[in-house]
Design a protein around this ligand. Structure first.
Ligand code: PAF
Length: 254
């Protein structure tokens, strides 16, 4: 559904059904499918949003290059059995022109936030708007975007929101690379190299050692940092930015 009046009519018909919600920016992959399956298993009906949110992109080139494959996404979601897909326009989501926005001034300024000014304001603002439209019982977020997931949990708590934010484990390819819509923009050589990211995070004794290993392998490293018993990182391969994190307990202590 693109039109918000259609959306509101559909939502009004759901009465007290316990809705699960998976917000996405499209270009769906098995990681999104896992979030949708979990929602389908736990909730009475599942809603997915597809909205490439312009306000969370600090780099217009990245926004322009973001893969958009709406028909393929809708096919996948139909196959999975979701009850509704909300795919609004930017004008519909931002009738105020983004003059009203949400910000968090602590965690959002660290890690990814330190390298992408305004990114988490955009994320939190769009998630709040989508949650207000969908009014779900539960909302599902991947742990791959660990900082995002923690900020959304914090926002829900801080604003007494009537939604449970569920964190879901990261889905990975066979070589360990976390699934991401951005992976499809990697060249074959970059794709092979990208698998070093989770390995370096897991196998290095310290965050600094992981940074050094990644830099020697040819990544440009935005940050590697330990936070809440996890090791978080963002790196660049050419124009493509990849993020990942692993639980610290899995590190080899050699
Ligand atoms: O993780 C994403 O895909 C986006 O940041 C989200 C949560 C859909 C908000 O635009």
């Amino acid at each position: 559904m693109r039109d918000l009046d259609d959306w509101r009519r559909w939502r009004a018909d759901q009465d007290s059904r316990r809705l699960g919600f998976v917000p996405t920016m499209g270009a769906l992959h098995a990681g999104h499918a896992a979030l949708v399956r979990r929602s389908l298993a736990e909730c009475e009906a599942t809603v997915v949003s597809i909205f490439v949110n312009p306000t969370q992109f600090d780099d217009p080139v990245d926004l322009a290059a973001y893969p958009q494959v709406l028909e393929a996404d809708l096919d996948l979601l139909r196959g999975l059995g979701v009850a509704a897909v909300l795919a609004p326009s930017a004008e519909a989501i931002y009738p105020d022109g983004y003059h009203y926005r949400l910000s968090e001034d602590s965690l959002s300024r660290r890690f990814c936030g330190a390298h992408r000014p305004g990114h988490f304001d955009g994320v939190l603002t769009v998630v709040m708007r989508l949650l207000n439209l969908v009014r779900p019982w539960r909302a599902y977020f991947g742990e791959k975007d660990y900082q995002q997931m923690r900020l959304v949990q914090g926002m829900a708590e801080a604003f007494f929101m009537d939604v449970e934010v569920i964190a879901c484990a990261t889905e990975r390819d066979a070589d360990g690379l976390a699934l991401s819509s951005r992976n499809r923009r990697l060249s074959e050589t970059q794709r092979q190299l990208a698998a070093t990211l989770p390995l370096a995070l897991r196998e290095s004794r310290t965050a600094e050692a992981a940074r050094q290993r990644l830099e020697s392998a040819g990544f440009e490293v935005d940050y590697v940092a330990d936070f809440e018993q996890r090791r978080l990182a963002a790196v660049r391969l050419g124009a493509i930015r990849l993020i990942d994190n692993v639980p610290l307990g899995l590190h080899r202590h050699d």
